[in-house]
Design a protein. Sequence first.
Length: 177
Amino acid sequence: MNIMSKNAYESGKQKMIPAVLVYAFFENKVLMIHRNKKENDFHEGKWNGLGGKLNPGETAIDGAVREFEEESGCITHVDQWQWVGHLSFPNFKPHKSEDWSVTVFRAELTKVQTKQLIEVNLEGTLHWVPSSDLLSLPLWEGDPIFLTYLLKKAPFEGTFFYVDGKLDRFFCNPILC
């Protein structure tokens, strides 16, 4: 097989980035990060759930536990995290030729765990946001669409197409069990 017959992933022209996005709740509040610390941050100024790229060979649930601890200082257990959805972001970072494939989890923290939280990490500051205020934050344009399902604990699947940092089109639907 020559290079011309390979697709963009096989040829290395396009990369698929497996990642997790995690939302921790406590007493009707959700832990969010305000991306305000890292220079040249692709997410600068936005409010996000915690998370990031998976390590090679790492499962999504193990990545959720690891990423949450790295970004919040809080130790959780895989049993606390509930799978709630999957998101695809084709060509999300075009300058890096990256498509993102993101598994979304949510968890309820204990009072003891909330005491372990740090307030600042290398990417931004952590804040407890009332669930009722979540959709009014400066989020990525597509986030309120899937966060509506997350708040209802309704499983979902979505694909969001961004062009120049703006939402171009999307598909997002509940998964009926």
